[in-house]
Design a protein around this ligand. Sequence first.
Ligand code: ADP
Ligand code: MG
Length: 216
Amino acid sequence: MIRADELYRFYRAGDEEVRALRGVSLEARPGEVVAVTGPSGSGKSTLLACLAGLDEPDGGAVWIDRTRISHRPEPQRAALRARCIGVLFQSGNLIEHLTVGQNLDLAQKLTGRRDSAWADHVLRLTGLTARAGARPSTLSGGEAARAGLAVALAGRPAVLVADEPTGELDRATEAEILSLLRQQARRPSAVVIASHSPAVRRFADRVLTLHDGRIT
Ligand code: ADP
Ligand code: MG
């Protein structure tokens, strides 16, 4: 389970202060898909970065089960993230000079648990077994999206955090990715997706809407 309690995040640029999150709480239980929607600039990416321990909230806390991931030194957050959280961002999480298979391998190494049977399973699940030796630049758009998901799943995460994972995909590929996310939720794992896609809203078990850093 992942839980955010009253998250605040402020950005300062000179005299300007952007209040990106203003007291946002959410919870996603294993088996549950929670969508975070809201207009551009409403704080979705900031929220997901805090959930994944990629960013630190200025107030509030993030918990993975009974372990707090926020307010820790970055190496500790990175270790917790590797062990518990799959992160999927639109821009992709593939390292270009490694093959798809090597990308999965690296993601597993970071968790401290190598499991080649699981890596093979993830490649089959995402339909990439035949492409395991391919470099990311040679993948089609759909393959690249599935490879990004494969890397996010490589460490058998209890929580999957996806920021606009289908933002650049055609409808058929989006449906494919959503179906894979649903299978992941059934493992069961908690899935949080930031998106303004109507398909994602329909697909989610619960939809939270952000406006100016607050849930409405
Ligand atoms: P969304 O993902 O919903 O589009 P973001 O979380 O990216 O929203 O941004 C929320 C607000 O925080 C926006 O006003 C954005 O400009 C601001 N913001 C995000 N990241 C930074 C940053 N690193 N520095 C300054 N302002 C930022
Ligand atoms: Mg965003």
